[in-house]
Design a protein around this ligand. Structure first.
Ligand SMILES: NC(=O)c1ccc[n+]([C@@H]2O[C@H](COP(=O)([O-])OP(=O)(O)OC[C@H]3O[C@@H](n4cnc5c(N)ncnc54)[C@H](OP(=O)(O)O)[C@@H]3O)[C@@H](O)[C@H]2O)c1
Length: 249
């Protein structure tokens, strides 16, 4: 795919109400892509759809399979095709292994892996019938690291990357390109929305720091667009992230 032939394509962007998903939806709409805007926040999506020509608000909780099914069906009925799926909706969970709440663990795995997997399963036959498509799964730089207190989140993002790379091989003969994007720390509501097991772990703005300055959501959206266009297997927010071992604390 090149940027010229993106116009008129149909993309689903999950987590389009905030942060990276919002910036991606805006960037794609600016390229003439018709975007299905997905998240739980119906009103925010409807407001955004009035701003973005050709877009459609399709509220869905990505942890609930019937809602994912309804979202894909509605998107297909409205646009008659689905060319691109950006599995971006996700949430963090900070807790040491000893204190992980299994209910919260399951919720995070439902949102960060099972939801994207079900969305993939449902768009694959549609894309195959159309002669191809693009699936971009948003992982995280933490998937490349072993960070204390982030085992649930980072392992969910590692699993998502693993599923993506296997699917990439399984689907290559169908011209369905599956890629993974690894954002670095990005200025969004992510830290604020991260679930924390210990009350003393309440998030402060200065917590969201790393060895390099954080990226903007718009920067990551451009990386996602690059991934859609290039079809590369793995897209890193920064080249230095390729040296995974260097990232460990
Ligand atoms: N920010 C970072 O530093 C960073 C770094 C690496 C990777 N990431 C990944 O980037 C992705 C986007 O995160 P962000 O930074 O943009 O965070 P964000 O600002 O908190 O946005 C998260 C998005 O996910 C949606 N969402 C959350 N739970 C959902 C559910 N159950 N069903 C449907 N949608 C749901 C939210 O919408 P509603 O609340 O409206 O449902 C929102 O649109 C995530 O997968 C995250 O893990 C972020």
């Amino acid at each position: 795919m090149n940027s010229k032939n993106l116009s008129g394509k149909v993309a689903i962007v999950t987590g389009a109400s905030s942060g990276i998903g919002l910036a991606t939806a805006k960037l794609l709409a600016g390229q003439g892509v018709n975007v299905a805007l997905v998240s739980r926040s119906k009103e925010k999506l409807e407001r955004l759809s009035r701003e973005l020509p050709g877009s459609l608000a399709v509220p869905a909780d990505m942890t609930k399979i019937p809602q994912i099914t309804r979202m894909i069906k509605k998107t297909r009925e409205h646009f008659c095709r689905i060319d691109i799926l950006v599995n971006n909706a996700g949430q963090g969970y900070d807790a040491p292994v000893e204190k992980i709440n299994i209910g919260t663990f399951r919720y995070i795995y439902d949102l960060n892996i099972a939801g994207p997997l079900v969305a993939m399963q449902q768009v694959i036959p549609i894309m195959r019938n159309q002669g191809g498509g693009t699936i971009i799964n948003i992982s995280s730089g933490t998937a490349l690291m072993h960070l204390p207190d982030m085992s649930t989140y980072s392992s969910s993002k590692r699993a998502l990357a693993g599923i993506s790379m296997a699917a990439r091989q399984e689907l290559k003969d169908d011209a369905i390109v599956v890629s993974v994007v690894y954002p670095y720390i990005t200025v969004t509501n992510f830290e604020k929305n991260t679930i924390r097991e210990s009350p003393q772990d309440n998030w402060e703005q200065e917590d969201a720091t790393g060895p390099f300055p954080p990226d903007s959501a718009e920067y990551v959206a451009h990386k996602i667009l690059e991934g859609i266009i290039s079809g590369e297997a793995e897209i890193f927010a920064h080249d230095w992230m390729r040296n995974r071992g260097d990232l460990d604390a």
